[in-house]
Design a protein around this ligand. Sequence first.
Ligand SMILES: Nc1nc2c(ncn2[C@@H]2O[C@H](COP(=O)(O)OP(=O)(O)OP(=O)(O)O)[C@@H](O)[C@H]2O)c(=O)[nH]1
Length: 306
Amino acid sequence: MDNSYNPKQLPSKEERHKLFGSVPPGPRTKPHEKEKMKDLQNTKQNFLFELDAVGISNVKHPIKITSSMVPETQTTIGKFYFASSISQDSKGTNMSRFTEQLHHYHSEGFTLSIESLKQFTRDLKERLEQKDAEVKVEFPWFFERKAPYTDMAGMNHADAWIHVRYDEHDHHQITVGLSGKVTTLCPCSKEISEYSAHNQRGNMTMEVELVEDFDERQTDWKAMLLEAAESNASARIHPVLKRPDEKMVTEQAYENPRFVEDMVRLVAADLYELDIIEKFYVACENEESIHLHDAIASVTYDKRTE
Ligand SMILES: Nc1nc2c(ncn2[C@@H]2O[C@H](COP(=O)(O)OP(=O)(O)OP(=O)(O)O)[C@@H](O)[C@H]2O)c(=O)[nH]1
């Protein structure tokens, strides 16, 4: 064992790297210049199958979003998925072009919206030289919430996502979603007990396909989905509650008991009534306070099949 190194007189960084296994660079025989490099991705040959989606996922990037609720603008973290189909005769896609375009949009001060993602997918299709392109972005959305009696405010959040697909016929398919928490009070427990009723935190997930000409300036889809979930729950979730507020939400929950089945049906009815929605999926997952397991229910409905 070589104990000649004294921690108080460390070897140089280069020597330390050698100590831990770094070796000198090997001979460089392949070209450095882009134009001399082999372009495997663009090899044309019969590669057996056309692919539905080729791209990159899990791309975290700061994004600017707007809202009809306070705060009206905010910077949050988007997690992106980018893809396009590729033909049978194409070996691969040029993956650097996805993040290249994202950075370009970012440096131009882009605000994430359905409209900007429609443009983004059109540009992406061109940049990739493919027949379609899609982008999905998930992000935490923050909104101010006031207590029902004292009006004391705090910040709540929900997880939101937008998925825009641009196809070869120049059409956009727009899907948006929101996952947020509500309070639910058990109707069965209320019915059978002499006192009280157990309640839980319910996680509502709504994913809807919007009409192609949906206008975000008329409707904030995040606020719309949040309202569909919260207005049908036993009570809303609040960051700040003083005693008069706590009394109000407790009584409100007791007056509006909900099973998971009730939640998804009531939210489905609200979404059904909105003309801007063509198809919806609604799910409720209750973190039961009297069990270790959760209670779940979901419904999918496509108005176009009527
Ligand atoms: N197609 C493909 N590329 C990959 C894969 N894994 C890594 N890469 C990427 O290959 C990339 C090289 O990017 P390209 O966009 O093809 O580079 P390029 O040909 O110099 O770019 P252009 O000038 O846009 O044609 C790097 O960004 C790697 O991330 C893979 O499984 N498939």
